[in-house]
Design a protein around this ligand. Sequence first.
Ligand code: HEC
Length: 97
Amino acid sequence: MTKGAEVYARSCAACHGVEGAGMGSVFPALVGSPIATGDMAAHIDIVINGKSGTAMQAFAAQLSEVDLAAVITYERNAWGNDTGDTVTPKMIIDAKQ
Ligand code: HEC
């Protein structure tokens, strides 16, 4: 969680806001987001591969597997998104294949 918070502040907060509340209608809130609190595979997918046609870029080449696992774990447990989920680097590697 501590590492994830660092990665989040560096790579994600510019668009999603420091508190995960998003910004206007363009950058979605991650607090209570169906992706960030629901299907873990979809959450891993959008962070690794991005979403074409939107500002959400692919982070697979920019962040290490450890950083990706940490930041996704952070999003799933910060700001009241208390899913209790832990994302491991192995899950990131598997999702990349
Ligand atoms: C340049 C701006 C930008 C940055 C930086 C960014 N995102 Fe996004 N993100 C977006 C946009 C825009 C969307 C909405 C895409 C769409 O229209 O579905 C999005 C969507 C998402 C979603 C899906 C939310 C939902 O409920 O639809 C997740 C999860 C997410 N981003 C995680 C991250 C993570 C993790 C990082 C940092 C590693 C990050 N984002 C960095 C712009 C950004």
